[in-house]
Design a protein around this ligand. Structure first.
Ligand SMILES: C[S@@+](CC[C@H](N)C(=O)[O-])C[C@H]1O[C@@H](n2cnc3c(N)ncnc32)[C@H](O)[C@@H]1O
Length: 310
């Protein structure tokens, strides 16, 4: 059945989350690499669990459960681990790890949402030649776009005012509301981690992107590929009273160190040297500029641990 053009947010929602949608039929790791696929990341989260004495870790948008699977041996049986994910439970997941399609009412502990906000569908808007902000519509079959009705939004005025004809934005209010809802359930620490921009660095033409099979592809909301857009992290932080920190700083504060092991170790304990070298490589990937190190952590600490404070 062919479908006419839809508001981007509707097309995006269907493409990712409807029956047969991208995240219902495939795991993120089949298509792209995130911090949770890098071994050293779980070590930093385990350190956070230890410092905050969290009895529970909830991973929101848990993908294939990679973070929880890596955490499980590090934090021990006393810490409950739960993945919240629209896709079904991964078969190989340790039986002690819980799995649910929805967030619990309360999270007494640590809530982590790695690369979750960028997949929350948004309205997309464009300033037309007459200076009117219009909603962008998209044909789900081929990605062709047209401009729809005039679009009013106080969020745009406050956070991403468009200046010149042709400029575009992804309207972040749905993401702010989603993260505020998640944080409101937390008694402990809530952390969203994502790529994003702040008011002084908004991309003039937006950041809608698609990925599939390890490659960037044409942006088409047909269910065969990821649809993502960078997060307006300053507005999401303001909506939740969160502190914004770059991933490289957060991980260093949690003790990750990307320096190479001393060469003497290669002689005194070659296998320890090889292990340390591999870890240094992983940390380098997690804190590297132009990549994962530039990601933003939105940290809300309802118990005043101050765990990630300088
Ligand atoms: C980009 S993937 C990130 C997966 C994993 N956190 C990682 O870092 O590799 C986003 C995940 O969030 C899930 N997701 C999106 N919205 C969700 C929701 N409201 N509830 C549960 N899972 C959701 C998607 O199904 C997808 O697996």
């Amino acid at each position: 059945m062919t479908m006419g053009p839809l508001p981007w947010r509707d097309a995006w929602e269907r493409a990712l989350y409807a029956d047969g949608g991208f995240f219902r039929t495939s795991r993120p790791a089949e298509h792209f690499r995130t911090s949770v696929h890098v071994g050293a990341f779980a070590g930093a989260i385990a350190e956070l669990v230890r410092r905050t004495d969290a009895p529970l870790v909830v991973d929101l948008g848990a993908g294939g459960g990679e973070l929880l699977a890596a955490l499980q041996p590090l934090v021990g049986d006393d810490v409950e681990l739960v993945g919240v994910e629209v896709a079904g439970r991964p078969e190989a997941l340790h039986t002690s790890i819980g799995w649910s399609p929805a967030l619990p009412e309360r999270v007494d502990g640590l809530l982590i949402a790695n690369e979750w906000l960028d997949n929350i569908p948004c309205d997309v808007v464009e300033l037309d030649d007459a200076g009117v902000v219009r909603e962008v519509l998209v044909d789900p079959g081929n990605g062709a776009e047209t401009l729809g009705d005039a679009y009013e939004s106080s969020w745009l005025n406050d956070w991403w005012p468009l200046q010149e004809p042709g400029e575009r934005a992804e309207v972040g209010d749905a993401r702010d509301a989603a993260w505020a809802d998640a944080v409101s359930r937390v008694n402990g620490t809530a952390i969203a981690i994502d790529y994003g921009h702040t008011r002084d660095s908004r991309p003039p033409f937006g950041t809608l992107r698609s990925y599939a099979g390890g490659r960037e592809t044409e942006v088409v909301p047909d269910g065969s590929r990821d649809i993502t857009a960078h997060v307006a992290v300053d507005s999401a932080a303001a909506a939740t009273g969160a502190t914004l920190i770059r991933q490289r700083d957060a991980l260093r504060r949690l003790g990750l160190d990307g320096s190479r092991p001393p060469l003497e170790l290669a002689h005194s304990d070659p296998s320890a040297y090889v292990r340390a070298l591999a870890t240094a490589g992983e940390v380098g990937e997690l804190i590297g500029g132009g990549g994962l190190g530039d990601f933003w952590w939105l940290v809300t600490d309802t118990l005043g641990h101050g765990t990630l404070a300088t």
